[in-house]
Design a protein around this ligand. Structure first.
Ligand code: SAM
Length: 343
């Protein structure tokens, strides 16, 4: 990519729109960016029924839709779709917008969905680059040129997830409500159970058991603000979901604590990183993907990774501001001296 292209991309991203080059229209066909929602030809969003179903039903619906529509054993794509929908920035009190937004998603072609999910991950990266870096195994597919079969899978999973209530659960502006369920866990475990020919699966602690355990742990005395919690085999973070719920029940703010999740499986660690944001565990909630038994220093590594990623993000922001200023100056100069652009 040339520097000018990069500057265009960065400038467009900062202004919240796609670069001009990707929006160019040809007189015959209209917009030639197949991922562009405005020009994809979907102008109406018929009502699409959606409601919050149980976690088990949710996971089953997503896994079933994925395997039937795509026939693919990839898990990064369906898990990433649920992640993007859960991170979708529109949040309202009581998730009152969820039904309408579900109809919008259900009407979109696969390529539009992929582009939208990619943009959602990019915007979230700007907020917490450390977590989105850990989540890369379930976000990177949005930069691939997916074939038609996988795109059908993207559309089928999107419809299954919104029909089963992902937006109703995660569209609430109240993090306490969003923490009532671990949709990432239900998705990962259902996909693993479906794909395993030996009937072997991945098992996470049932939510009721996690809640009982955290209530027992806190019965003797509540944790003090400033305290750190460590989960050495975190999975998607189900234990921390229950702990955050218990703290909130006692009017304690998860932001006042430190949360360290360590997990061997890159996919589960990626899902845990997404959950940190969905459950709003706060600025001192970290996820490390690694082997707790073999790597004694995962917490220190996660803290240093967080510092590095924030510094990296800040450098990119500085370069971007400079790129936008240069881009605008160039545009103004070109409009003042139009003949110079013809050369
Ligand atoms: C049974 S699951 C439990 C997950 C979670 N703690 C819960 O209660 O729902 C066990 C998790 O531990 C992870 N794990 C196993 N050995 C590990 C290790 N040496 N280091 C980090 N994670 C490990 C597995 O990948 C799996 O996700």
């Amino acid at each position: 990519m040339s520097h000018q292209d990069l500057a265009d991309q960065i400038a467009a991203a900062l202004k919240g729109r796609r670069p001009r080059a990707e929006h160019k229209t040809s007189e015959a066909t209209g917009c030639d960016n197949p991922g562009c929602a405005r020009h994809a030809g979907v102008n109406s969003f018929p009502h699409f029924p959606s409601a919050a179903r149980s976690g088990a039903d949710f996971g089953e619906a997503v896994a079933d839709a994925w395997y039937k529509a795509s026939g693919s054993s990839r898990m990064d794509i369906p898990v990433g779709i649920v992640a993007a929908l859960a991170l979708w920035p529109t949040k309202t009190e009581g998730a009152t917008h969820a039904g309408r937004l579900a109809s919008y998603f259900a009407a979109q072609p696969g390529r539009v969905l992929v582009q939208g999910y990619g943009e959602c991950f990019a915007a979230t990266w700007m907020k917490r680059p450390d977590l989105l870096d850990v989540a890369a195994p379930i976000t990177q597919w949005t930069s691939e040129n997916l074939d038609e079969t996988l795109l059908r899978g993207v559309q089928a999973v999107t419809r299954a997830a919104v029909r089963s209530g992902v937006l109703h659960y995660t569209g609430s502006s109240d993090p306490a409500f969003r923490s009532t369920i671990d949709l990432m866990s239900w998705t990962v475990t259902a996909l693993r159970h479906h794909s395993s020919r030996q009937g072997l699966g991945e098992y996470h602690t049932p939510p009721d058991i996690s809640t009982t355990m955290t209530r027992l742990l806190t019965a003797k005395g509540l944790p003090q603000p400033g305290q750190w919690f460590c989960e050495p085999t975190a999975g998607t973070g189900s234990m921390f979901r229950a702990l955050a719920e218990t703290l909130r029940d006692h009017n304690l703010d998860p932001h006042d604590f430190g949360w360290m999740m360590q997990e061997l499986s890159p996919l589960a660690a990626a899902a845990a990183a997404v959950n940190v944001l969905v459950w709003d565990l706060g600025p001192r909630a970290l996820v490390a993907c690694g082997d707790t038994l073999a790597q004694g220093d995962l917490t220190a590594a996660a803290l240093s990774h967080q510092r590095e990623m924030f510094a990296h993000r800040d450098r990119i922001t500085d370069v971007t501001v400079f790129a936008v200023a240069t881009h605008e100056a160039n545009r103004l100069l070109n409009s003042l001296f139009p003949s110079s652009t013809a050369a």
